[in-house]
Design a protein around this ligand. Sequence first.
Ligand code: HEC
Ligand code: HEC
Length: 406
Amino acid sequence: MKVMGRRERLGRGTLAAIEITAVALVGAGLAFAQAAPPQKPLMAEEVFKNVRALKGIPVDDFMETMGLISAALSFDCSDCHTNAGTHKVDWAADTPRKVIARTMVTMVANLNKNSFGGRQAVTCWTCHRNRDKPLVTPVFETIYGEPTLAPDDVVATAQGLPSPESILDKFIQASGGAQRLAGLTSIDGKGTSAGFGGFGGGGAVEIAAKAPDKRATIILFKAETNRGDQIRTYDGATGWVRTPLNVLGEYQLIGGDLDGARFDAQLSFPGQIKKILTNLKTGSPTTISDLPVSHSQAAVQANTAAGKTYNVDVVQGNGPRGLLVTLYFDKQTGLLARELRYSQTPIGRVPTEIDFADYRDINGIKLPFRISYVWLDGRDSILLNEIKTNVSIDETKFGRPAPLKK
Ligand code: HEC
Ligand code: HEC
């Protein structure tokens, strides 16, 4: 049994990912960027050679399932794909573990169908919990040890709590009020990224957004000339990711990531927050804490926060196509401290967490200068040092990024 902490696993994953990129760049068969016609959704089985269990889902969702599987078992890609992280990797080749994993995908689908009325009640995480071989017997250390905070994805509504609208109104008020927010037409922030596990740190960041729903995050690595820049865009209809540290290099968002990108773009303009989610409900107030910061992050950004705990109000709502969003508002300030959003895949929900902190006043509107991202196979923390509002922003920034250089 491999005992490995999550942060370590993520660190290794990142390393593997970096080298995978090199493979993708030398054209070892995954030239997705060229193959992608902008509008037609590309299904996993059209891009990859040996997909048998996870057919019929867009490639970005397929890659998310790989992240879910890795996270559930505390594996990185190379544990199932021999030589992942080197030029010799053959993603399509079946390894013994990959074969087991495929049978487990089918097992989970059958369990949910036959025993839970088709609800996605069981996932890899249900049994595996960060281990390759699931535990079988209760462990005293767990039974009598400190409980860890592990909220249900779908929050339970409780009696006697303020309405979700009133919590959102408090946020709108705290952010500068409905009138000022209605006059917010664009945001342009500049700063640095901390990366994670020694990678992606020290990039020059620009976060640009245009009302009501365009957003781009551009990270330039000026010091590393052989490394492509990292770009995420959403232009109000389509979204793109260009992240060289990825099997695909550059790809269009089609699946759950597209809904997430749209939501983040809309949330950049908080005045519309009550319109962008449906089925709003209030969850029980709770506390949330910053995740521990890695040495590499602290080294790049000395003031990257660690260990701060907030008492929060909780609001949950739904977006399009199964997007589920939980928002945590700092009880003291009324401002948004955390967004936790989940997109749907055939083997479970994929979580993405974004923390907002260091709110400062820009022309009467409170905007976060520290934004920390956590997803299944990576983390990053962005510190802005300047935000301008209502400036004109070149439309091309929100469109498809320039292709990766070969
Ligand atoms: C626990 C085992 C396991 C881990 C860990 C894992 N995969 Fe997979 N991978 C699979 C299985 C199973 C399939 C085939 C799925 C199917 O048949 O539908 C697959 C298929 C793939 C394919 C398609 C290959 C082709 O051409 O058919 C790619 C690409 C891929 N994985 C990438 C990754 C990446 C990147 C990671 C790390 C983030 C990863 N995988 C982690 C089990 C794993
Ligand atoms: C109902 C519980 C359960 C669920 C759900 C489950 N597994 Fe498993 N899995 C097991 C058990 C039990 C074993 C160990 C079997 C053994 O001891 O031989 C195992 C073993 C494995 C192994 C072999 C690990 C090794 O020893 O190298 C892989 C890979 C795996 N599971 C992948 C998955 C994936 C991927 C999913 C989700 C699609 C999943 N499992 C969901 C119970 C589960």
